[in-house]
Design a protein around this ligand. Structure first.
Ligand code: NAD
Ligand code: UGA
Length: 443
């Protein structure tokens, strides 16, 4: 099939490459000429396991092309996927300007039947706005063309995006149009071994499903973070509690890890946007407000631990930071807890020696101008002369480091672990003062 994908970001590139993988002819459009130039040269602007190879393979086969030419892109696909950003407005609601600009482009250049697919995360009612914008532009052009607007939210996780797209837990299609529904089913059929994975529903329910999924996952995390704080006070270990409750099938074991709070481009923004939608409807979504507050508190957890140990004035102190990305296997620094930590500690006079396996270029960009922040080329170099090691992202290579070397290199053997990577008893055996999140040893 001929498919156009608007937006060459995380969602757009993964969608484009994976759809091309199944034999579709995909044109990926972006307004950012720098990104498109890179992609045309065979460079991939984001780090995502498996994505470079998928793009290279399909581009070489002529099934995946990149362009900034709006008319050509709209002309190409019967299906027009919109995968542009929906960042938060000042009031927390999703900013739809990019989605509506994409819709306008479709209306401006279409000459035949199109299925417009909202893949961006958008509030309930957006499909109606997209439909109205296209209708308005067609009206201005004096044309009466048929088109359908479908909601098809994306559930991929960064760091596992290609895998998630190729083997989805479910595919949600919100659709009120029979012809569009047939086309959507055909496009997704190759991604499903089990037909039950495709859930076709009305458009508004599909739009709300996306926010509900992210909000539920964020709720689990905030719940566990709060319980971790309680566990520390009562002398319990959150890791045992996690295993204990996760084995109940009704609860399940995923997304129960206490840590430094959830970050990334989605949970914080989507929880905020859902709260905002509630307010617009005269509803206080109190559970989600608490989820958000708990997360803001949790992002301070390592800061609080440092202050408790070293006092409010950190002048002359140096801290090693391992991990900058908001999670492993990505260089994404959006809403990363490391940003809060580094900003708060340097504001109080501390120096930071930071290391991340892939996110340092991006971290340099977003943390430019931060005083006393130094990026080092190896995790062990971060430890030199540091008063403590702070772990923020659970990269695999941090899991079994040389503990003797850590002990010998730090000024004092103190690890403040925001990801619970190590067993407190093992750390005691190495003679390391170790504080995790919600671990018995932290009490
Ligand atoms: P992104 O910022 O990585 O990419 C968006 C791209 O759209 C940018 O390259 C931008 O230049 C381009 N763009 C903006 N306006 C355009 C237009 N009119 N035409 C063509 N391109 C345009 O964003 P992302 O992380 O891919 O997220 C996109 C959407 O998908 C958001 O709504 C997000 O909430 C949702 N989502 C993201 C993820 C994720 O893990 N990143 C997962 C699921 C859903
Ligand atoms: C999340 C969802 O998992 C995806 O399903 C969704 O498609 C995506 O948002 C989106 O809508 O954009 P992502 O933001 O890539 O994906 O990353 P997650 O793996 O969900 O992690 C989000 C944050 O939660 C990270 O900071 C992570 O460290 C934190 N987290 C996750 C925890 O603190 N504890 C956990 O148990 C799990």
């Amino acid at each position: 099939m001929k498919i156009t994908v608007m937006g060459a970001g995380y969602v757009g590139l993964v969608t484009g490459a994976c759809l091309a993988e199944m034999g579709n002819h995909v044109v990926c459009l972006d307004v950012d000429p720098r990104k498109i130039d890179m992609l045309k040269r065979g460079e991939v602007p984001i780090r995502e396991p498996g994505l470079d190879a998928a793009i290279a393979r399909n581009a070489a086969a002529g099934r995946l092309q990149f362009t900034t030419d709006v008319a050509a892109a709209v002309g190409h696909g019967t299906l027009q996927f919109i995968g542009v950003g929906t960042p938060p407005d000042e009031d927390g609601s999703a900013d739809l300007q990019y989605v509506l600009a994409a819709a306008e482009n479709i209306g401006r250049h279409m000459t035949d039947y199109k299925v417009v697919v909202d893949k961006s995360t958008v509030p309930v009612g957006t499909a109606d706005k997209v439909r109205a914008r296209i209708a308005q532009v067609l009206d201005e052009r004096g044309l009466d063309l048929t088109y359908a607007v479908v909601s098809n939210p994306e559930f991929l996780k960064e760091g596992a995006a290609v895998d998630d797209f190729m083997r989805p837990d479910r595919i949600i299609i919100g659709c009120d149009d029979e012809r569009a529904s047939l086309l959507m089913r055909a496009v997704y059929a190759p991604f499903m071994r089990n037909k039950d994975k495709l859930v076709v529903m009305d458009v508004r329910s599909a739009e709300l499903t996306k926010y509900a999924a992210n909000a539920m996952l964020a709720t689990r995390i905030s719940f566990m973070n709060e319980l971790a704080m309680l566990a520390e006070r009562v002398g319990a270990d959150i890791e045992w509690v996690r295993r204990g409750i996760g084995s109940d099938q009704r609860i399940g074991s995923h997304f129960l890890y206490a840590g430094t709070g959830y970050g990334g481009s989605c949970f914080p923004k989507d929880v905020k946007a859902l709260i905002r939608t509630g307010q617009e409807q005269g509803l206080q979504l109190g559970v989600l407000q608490a989820v958000q507050q708990a997360n803001e508190r949790q992002k301070q957890v390592l800061v609080q631990r440092v202050l408790a140990r070293f006092g409010e004035d950190l002048t002359g102190r140096t801290f090693a930071v391992w991990g900058l990305a908001f999670k492993p296997d990505t260089d994404d620094m959006r809403e990363a807890p490391s940003r809060v930590l580094i900003t708060e500690l340097t504001r109080r006079g501390a120096a930071i020696q930071a290391y991340d396996p892939v996110a340092m270029p991006e971290a340099r960009r977003v943390l430019a101008g931060t005083p006393r922040l130094q990026f080092v080329e190896h995790q062990s170099a971060a430890l030199e002369g540091a008063d403590a090691l702070l772990i923020v992202t659970e990269w695999k290579e941090f899991r079994t480091p040389d503990f003797d070397q850590i002990k010998a290199t730090l000024r004092q053997p103190l690890i403040l672990d925001g990801r619970n990577l190590y067993e407190p008893a093992l750390m005691r055996a190495f003679g390391i003062d170790y504080i995790g999140v919600g671990r018995a040893a932290a009490a």
